[in-house]
Write a protein that binds this ligand. Structure first.
Ligand code: ADP
Length: 479
């Protein structure tokens, strides 16, 4: 942990606004979820300071948008190399403020750095189109949208930032970022490295403080031309409305309610191993995490036994303890929500077949069977290491039930029957379908949902177009 503490020293009590490390008399404390101890604090910015961040970003835009593609690529690459150089310290910082186990935090650093690497290359691939027709030259070219604002959550404190900022900077935009108040230090450490990599100081601004007030200022300012948000559907809807006044372009990556469909012929041992990986990633606190496990009735009981054995063997503890398989949840509110969901499920007939123990912010990985679609857990994102098993018998029935949710982000199918897997995949109303694989997120692929899970693409070559405006040029040819 000493590397994280060293890094923390240089960013504690500050944030990076208008090209300067800034402190304020009023501070917001940040806690370690493993023991609820204070690990540091960040400024509670005044409204004037938030506006100054936008002024700086507007200045930063005029500098950065004029840079050559080669410069942007080189800065992103240098940033990538610096993140790799400091990967251990960054991983420790994630564990310290977010709680996930160190091995998992290291995977997050690798995932996060991947966006810097990827967009340092994608920046070269942006190209317009040109047609000469009927005496006219018709062409489309791309320009950066301008100042962008991003609001990110606490479950992936590093990766959710690079997933937005790498394409934004590649496109030539400047940014104001509001990280989650629960995990601001990863964002600040990342910013320090961005400046070291050569990003102009005004191009990146970090604002912390009252989320509602900061959100309002960012949404109301006409100079912010694009808003990118990852978080709850409730807050996403609110910000979408607030952005209407200034007609910003908006990307929303919101909640999920992933179905995980297991057919009768699936390999149960591998399916259970994969389910453990998916449900323990970030201690189950991921919007892509399997939420409703639909097991075919012919294998449901056997599958429940296998997954229960695997879950029972997992050790919960401080993320820094190498013996821990999963860490704490983010806070008490997250624990209370799960307790409420389990109580409701039990009152409607669900059975807990593992231990179900809670100690401070730690919750034992728990398997519940006999779940049905009337339970609150069927409709709610659990955000924890809980496996809720539902039985099904007909393919059409399981498709209908899987789609019976307002969300449409990630979905999973485990099957050895290609035609059944194909039929289910074609009919799932979700932005992403994973077949026989537990962690589908990839920098090179388009991540995004539909319905109440939001819209917009992150990652992939397409992701950069979220930060580019197209300009159509019509010129007459010269005879
Ligand atoms: P979660 O429930 O997972 O914490 P939230 O949507 O509440 O998700 O939080 C995601 C991000 O949105 C965080 O950075 C948080 O500070 C921010 N946020 C929460 N409420 C608001 C708001 N009213 N306006 C702007 N940002 C907000």
């Amino acid at each position: 942990m000493h590397r994280a503490l060293e890094l923390l020293k240089s960013i504690n009590q500050k944030n990076f606004v208008a090209g300067k490390w800034t402190e304020t008399p009023e501070q917001l404390e940040v806690f370690n979820p493993a023991n609820d101890e204070v690990i540091g604090s960040v400024p509670n910015l005044s409204s004037a300071q938030v506006s100054a961040a936008i002024d700086a970003a507007a200045q930063g835009f005029s500098e950065w948008s004029k840079t050559k593609v080669e410069t942007r690529s080189q800065v992103l690459r240098k940033w990538y190399e610096l993140v790799l150089k400091h990967e251990d310290a960054l991983a420790e910082l994630i564990t310290l403020e977010q709680g996930k186990v160190l091995a998992d935090a290291k995977r997050e650093v690798a995932y996060a750095s991947g966006f810097l690497d990827w967009y340092s290359n994608v920046v070269y691939s942006v190209s317009g189109s040109m047609q000469v027709a009927g005496g006219a030259r018709l062409s489309v070219e791309y320009e950066p949208v301008g100042v962008i604002a991003a609001i990110t959550p606490w479950n992936f404190p590093l990766a959710m930032i690079t997933r937005k900022l790498a394409p934004a900077f590649a496109a030539g935009c400047s940014a104001i970022l509001k990280p989650s108040e629960l995990t601001p230090f990863s964002a600040l450490a990342l910013t320090k490295l961005a400046i070291e990599a050569g990003l102009p100081a005004n191009a990146i601004n970090i604002v912390t403080g009252d989320a509602d007030r900061i959100g309002q200022i960012l949404c109301d300012d006409f100079r912010v031309r694009k808003f990118s948000f990852t978080g709850s559907t409730k807050v996403g809807k609110l910000l979408y409305q607030k952005c209407a006044g200034t007609l910003k372009r908006v990307s929303l990556e919101l909640g999920g309610n992933a179905p995980f469909i297991i057919t009768a012929d699936a390999e149960l041992e591998k399916t259970a191993t994969d389910l453990v990986s998916a449900k323990t990633r970030s201690t189950g606190q991921a919007c892509t995490s399997p939420n409703r496990i639909f097991a075919h009735k012919s294998i449901a009981a056997e599958f429940a036994k296998i997954i229960a054995a695997k879950f029972t063997a997992l050790k919960v503890g401080d993320g820094f303890d190498p013996k821990s398989d999963i860490g704490p949840l983010i806070n008490k509110a997250a624990i209370e929500k799960i307790e409420r969901l389990i109580k409701d499920a039990q009152s409607k007939g669900a059975k807990i077949i593992t231990q179900f123990k809670i100690e401070k912010n730690m919750i034992s990985p728990t398997v519940i069977t006999n779940c049905n679609d009337s339970m609150e857990i069927f409709r709610t994102e659990i955000f924890g290491p809980i496996v809720a098993i539902y039985e099904w018998s007909e393919v059409d029935e399981v498709i209908k039930r899987a789609n019976d949710t307002e969300y449409g982000l990630q979905s999973y199918i485990y099957s050895n029957d290609l035609s059944v897997a194909q039929k289910i995949s074609q009919n799932l109303d979700f932005g992403m379908v994973a077949i026989n694989t537990p962690i589908p997120s990839n920098t090179k692929a388009a991540f995004g949902g539909r319905k109440a899970s939001g819209f917009g693409i992150e990652g992939s070559a397409e992701g950069i177009y979220e930060y580019l405006n197209h300009k159509y040029l019509h010129q007459s040819t010269i005879s």
